[in-house]
Design a binder for this molecule. Structure first.
Ligand SMILES: [Zn+2]
Length: 130
């Protein structure tokens, strides 16, 4: 599955790095900083690039990571993938938080464990209510 195929057709727009950089410059001014100070000159660009990683999941539909599944007849056990590490961002304060996710499914809908981690990734790479 290519990255293009997991982009949502509607809803979220792609991250606009120019707008992020402009907003960071404005934020620096709003808190009384000089965005032209040597140590801050490249900060807006660094923040914009970091946002690609931090919020990259907002353009993905997490359900598409589970399209590839297989059946295991005779297995009635629950399948659990535990301790999937994640980083996300609080939607109320835009502050980072970390944790571990656990995903469970019935054996009739088994998917590779690597898919569980990829299922969690786009969900946490966006703003979350935490
Ligand atoms: Zn918060």
């Amino acid at each position: 599955m290519s990255d293009d195929s997991i982009l949502k057709d509607e809803g979220y727009s792609a991250l606009d790095q120019g707008r992020v950089e402009a907003a960071v410059r404005e934020f620096l001014l709003a808190i009384g900083e000089d965005p032209n100070r040597e140590g801050l000159l490249e900060t807006p660009g660094r923040v914009a690039r970091a946002c690609e990683e931090i919020f990259g999941g907002m353009q993905e539909d997490p359900s598409l990571h589970l399209l590839k599944q297989f059946n295991e007849p005779g297995n009635d056990n629950m399948v659990i993938v535990r301790d999937i590490p994640f980083n996300s961002t609080c939607e109320h304060h835009l502050l980072p938080f970390t944790g571990k996710a656990h995903i469970a499914t019935g054996a009739s809908r088994v998917f590779p464990s690597s898919r569980a981690a990829s299922r969690a990734t786009p969900v946490v790479r966006s703003c979350r209510n935490a």
